[in-house]
Design a protein around this ligand. Structure first.
Ligand code: FES
Length: 273
């Protein structure tokens, strides 16, 4: 059993939990994920690691309360326990020392972006970030990002924080203003990552993305998380979740992501959650 040490609401939909999980916290690296089960009957859900503290033996997860399991998780409080917390899974993000990196995070994608940018900063890289969301309240970890990055820019749909528009509008503006980056790390909705990659491909800027497809076992056995990268089938759970964004077939990934939406809605309604 794994103890919930901290629980914090980041906004109406998104929550943060710090979980006591020494075996995960001692080994995990940015880019990796865990699979948890809330209770014995629970389904397994993958969540990327948003932070870790090797001294406190804790791992931070951030999740959007959107489906059956995240709703059940949200009913737990500090001091409660969750049944399973398996990891670290997946490959660590391919982070190398470059001169200047730009992180682009959308919505809850900001959570897995944060440890990657923190690690880049530790490597001595100059780090900028563009964070986007529907409005000010949907931008998470802004304080942590501001404490880590050299420059943080914001883009919101309603203009309540930063520019009114998308993260890609801010990216275009930075490029037009002559900013140069050796690497872009984009994590967020598939459509956001796809659009970022279309821009950076033309400019020849290497771009890593993190994919979060439907996962079942998380160990490369079921094929549920398959994605096409560079014309080859890859399993996000064992080959990723980070991939070269210029090689990802985003259209296929978007088709697969919507496959079980109706079933999930039905399940949540039936259980009255
Ligand atoms: Fe089953 Fe990746 S989740 S192969």
């Amino acid at each position: 059993m794994y103890k919930i040490v901290t629980k914090r609401k980041l906004n109406d939909l998104v929550e943060l939990m710090e979980i006591e999980a020494p075996f995960v916290s001692r080994k995990c690296e940015p880019g990796q994920f865990i699979i948890l089960r809330v209770d014995e009957e629970g389904e397994r859900i993958p969540l990327t690691i948003a932070d870790y503290d090797r001294e406190k033996d804790t791992v931070t997860i951030i999740y959007q309360v959107v489906g059956y399991t995240t709703k059940k998780l949200s009913l737990k409080n500090e001091g409660d326990y969750i049944e399973d917390f398996v990891g670290p899974l997946g490959q660590e993000a391919p982070l190398h020392k470059v001169k200047r990196v730009l992180g682009i995070g959308g919505g809850v994608g900001i959570a897995p972006l944060y440890p990657q940018l923190k690690k880049m900063k530790e490597l001595g890289v100059e780090v900028d970030a563009i964070l986007g969301g529907r409005s000010d309240e949907f931008i998470i970890l802004d304080t942590e990002m501001e404490n880590t990055c050299d420059n943080v820019y914001y883009a919101t749909n309603d203009g309540s924080k930063g520019i009114k528009g998308f993260v890609t509008d801010k990216l275009n503006e930075l490029i037009e203003n002559g900013e140069k980056y050796d690497l872009v790390i984009a994590i967020g909705p598939l459509i956001m990552m796809k659009t970022v990659c279309e821009i950076t491909k033309k400019l020849g800027i290497k771009t890593n993305v993190s994919l979060n497809p439907i996962m079942i076992d998380g160990t490369g056995m079921c094929g549920g998380c398959r994605v096409t990268v560079g014309g080859e089938t890859k399993f996000a759970c064992v080959d990723g979740p980070d991939f070269d964004g210029h090689e990802v077939d985003f259209d296929e990934a978007m088709r697969r992501q919507g496959m079980y939406k109706e079933e999930e809605k039905d399940h949540v309604c039936r259980l009255g959650l």
